[in-house]
Design a protein around this ligand. Structure first.
Ligand code: WQD
Length: 338
């Protein structure tokens, strides 16, 4: 069972490669190293005792994608992580996002549709729901017009996959992630934000490390328990395991439709202030922060209804917010230890 993982040296990708190898899958990783380093391969090898095959390929290079599939004719499944994912950057540079996130998907699908059958797992996002009317959010919630080009690439990506699966041997599972956080308990792989972190948890750990002066909390005037935004923070290892369960479902032909969609979250919402308090509790560190104005594009609340993932996919998150925050803090310490 040779499985291709694109973007396999990224945050979620690397944790998924570890879980795939633990289940005995033969993994080959493609990554263009735009948001990862080869040291991640060392971390994967140390954790799982096996170094996955790796090829440095930019999936925007259609010829390279075709050549790869001409060489590796025995790939049975693809987990597609490779994409740009910074919401703010996508607003500043939409064409980078439309080219990188959509052309790469198209080139991959063009190769897979040549096969009699192929299993495809797509990395999507709760961003496709925009501000859902009902909480927790179900997969049947309406897809609203995207808040950002990044979110739009996920919506368009899902539509492309549905159209292609309908007329080919491709069977797909779309996983709509909520907010991935944390790091592997071994401290050998974790999140590696480039520059100033956009996301909450890496900004918290860098602030606690003294790399940032204080955390800015973007608004406390939302209609929530304490006025700060609510999100569903899921441990990256729980998220990684969901990909393995989804892949196995397709390979074992247990899927009920050509394309199945699942929310991958904990089902629990936490406000920004609740995350800060949980972090202070598990690390016994006081986190300096100040309340500032809202961040453009933020929605008030998003947390998952996970019934479908639990009952149909047969997967459930097991790790707590506190565990994820402690893993993230331990990883931050490891990064800063020479
Ligand atoms: C979480 C909350 C901020 C930083 C993003 C993507 C989404 C998905 C997950 C890929 C918000 C607040 C943050 C800070 C803050 N990624 N915050 N101060 O925006 O929910 O989702 O990551 O699929 O597509 O949009 O995550 O971590 O940026 O923010 O107060 O310095 O923390 O306002 O309420 P977000 P986030």
């Amino acid at each position: 069972m040779k499985i291709l993982v694109t973007g396999g040296l990224g945050f979620i990708g690397s944790h998924t490669v570890v879980e795939l190898q633990a289940q005995g899958y033969d993994v080959i990783v493609l990554d263009n190293l735009s948001n990862a380093t080869l040291e991640v391969l060392d971390g994967i090898e140390k954790i799982s005792g096996k170094r996955p095959r790796f090829e440095k390929i930019d999936l925007r290079d259609r010829t390279a994608v075709q050549a790869f599939f001409n060489t590796h004719t025995d790939i049975e499944g693809v987990i597609h992580f490779a994409a740009s994912k910074a919401v703010g950057e996508s607003v500043e540079n939409p064409l980078l996002y439309y080219e990188n996130n959509l052309s790469t998907l198209i080139y991959l699908l063009q190769e897979l549709q040549k096969k009699p059958e192929a299993s495809f797992i797509f990395s999507s996002s709760c961003t496709v729901y925009g501000q859902a009317k009902e909480m927790p959010i179900m997969e049947s919630a309406p897809i609203q017009s995207a808040f950002s080009p990044y979110g739009n690439t996920k919506q368009i990506g899902e539509e492309i996959i549905s159209d292609v699966a309908r007329v080919s041997g491709i069977n797909a599972i779309v996983l709509r992630y909520f907010n991935p956080i944390g790091a592997h308990e071994s401290n050998l792989i974790g999140e590696l934000p480039i520059g100033v972190p956009q996301n909450l948890v890496p900004f918290i750990t860098q602030t606690a490390m003294g790399l940032r002066q204080q955390l800015s909390v973007f608004g406390d005037d939302y209609d929530t328990v304490d006025g700060t935004c609510v999100r569903d923070y899921i441990h990256v290892v729980d998220l990684a395991q969901a990909h393995v369960v989804a892949l196995k479902r397709l390979l074992d032909k247990k899927h009920l439709e050509k394309v199945e969609v699942f929310n991958i979250g904990t089902g629990k919402g936490s406000s920004v202030l609740e995350v800060i308090r949980a972090f202070e509790k598990v690390t016994a560190k006081k986190l300096p922060y100040q309340i500032v104005g809202r961040r453009e594009g933020d929605i008030t609340a998003a947390y998952a209804n996970t019934d479908k993932a639990n009952d149909v996919l047969g997967w459930k998150a097991t790790k707590t917010l506190e565990e994820a925050l402690l893993n993230a803090w331990n990883w931050e310490n490891k990064l800063r230890t020479p």
